[in-house]
Design a protein around this ligand. Structure first.
Ligand SMILES: [Zn+2]
Length: 304
């Protein structure tokens, strides 16, 4: 405490706040092993070591193989969803990777990240935050969710290809993988069982600042931000911003969606988006907040 003017009312409020935080932490820990950022950091490091990973390149395939191998090691079944992205540079072979952890209900909650990195001709862009950080966190989330024995919903770990524009973010030159997935889900009827879509993107920033995103469902945002506050993570800020990202096709499809993104990142789409711009601690914060939020999101969906 830095102030000597604390009143008993304030101390009571503070005690309540700490108790609430402790309850959330205990609730999260009792049913899950907890998010281990050292494991997530290793996933991040491995992807960056592959080098630039634009869609349709051998390095992108290598990244995809890494994801599949990690999920297989966890005993999680994966399915590949191949498609052709109609880009301004011509057709590009892209593949989404879907890992599924069955829960009590076939109704599902999707946790997603893009794993491609933006194509640059004259810059060596390795996307430590933009691509690797969220993909790394999602792989660690897979381990945590697989260990949970009480899943009321089926969880899908969705690794999206082709988020980045091959030239410039306009028209349909972006979100190839998420648009394909959502279209396909609509056609096959599986969209009906998709109850919530939670996207992680660019969460590695060592100076983490995550704003509420205005295209996202308010109730999802409220749960996650309230949880962050209870855990004392002010990196989740009250300020709101608007971001176009892989959640948009799901928003348009009527799925409650949330984008957790730190776009306030000076290294964004530069050669400086490297290991020294990101931190394991940032992955830990997002992982902790998400793990503590999911039971509340599940409870809300079960009431529907
Ligand atoms: Zn990007």
């Amino acid at each position: 405490m830095t102030t000597s003017r604390s009143t008993s009312a304030r101390n009571t409020a503070l005690a309540g706040l700490l108790l609430a935080a402790a309850t959330v932490v205990v609730a999260a820990q009792s049913s899950t092993p907890g998010f281990d950022s050292s494991k997530a950091w290793e996933h991040l490091r491995q992807q960056v070591a592959i080098g630039p990973r634009p869609s349709g390149t051998p390095a992108n395939v290598k990244n995809r193989d890494y994801i599949k191998a990690q999920l297989a090691a966890l005993g999680i079944k994966t399915v590949e969803q191949p498609f052709e992205g109609a880009t301004p540079l011509g057709p590009v072979k892209m593949v989404n990777v879907i890992g599924t952890i069955a829960g009590k209900s076939p109704d599902r909650i999707v946790l997603a990240s893009h794993f491609d990195t933006k194509l640059f001709r004259n810059v060596r862009f390795v996307g430590a935050s933009d691509g690797a950080s969220s993909t790394a966190a999602l792989l660690e989330m897979a381990r945590v969710m697989k260990a949970r024995k009480d899943l009321p919903f089926t969880y899908e770990l969705l690794f999206l290809d082709g988020e980045e524009a091959v030239i410039e973010w306009q028209g349909t030159d972006n979100t190839y993988g998420s648009r394909y997935y959502a279209d396909n889900a609509r056609k096959t009827g599986s969209l009906k069982s998709l109850k919530a879509f939670i996207l992680l993107d660019m969460i590695g920033d060592r100076n983490l600042t995550i704003r509420r995103e205005s295209n996202s469902a308010r109730w999802l945002t409220d749960i996650v931000w309230a949880t962050a506050r209870k855990l004392g993570h002010r990196e989740f800020m009250d300020e709101e911003t608007t971001v176009e990202d892989d959640h948009i096709p799901f928003v348009k499809a009527g799925v409650p969606s949330l984008d957790i993104i730190d776009l306030d990142y000076p290294q964004w789409h530069t050669a400086q988006d490297t290991l020294d711009a990101v931190a394991a601690g940032s992955l830990q914060i997002v992982g902790d907040v998400l793990i503590a939020s999911l039971p509340q999101i599940e409870a809300r969906l079960l009431k529907q």
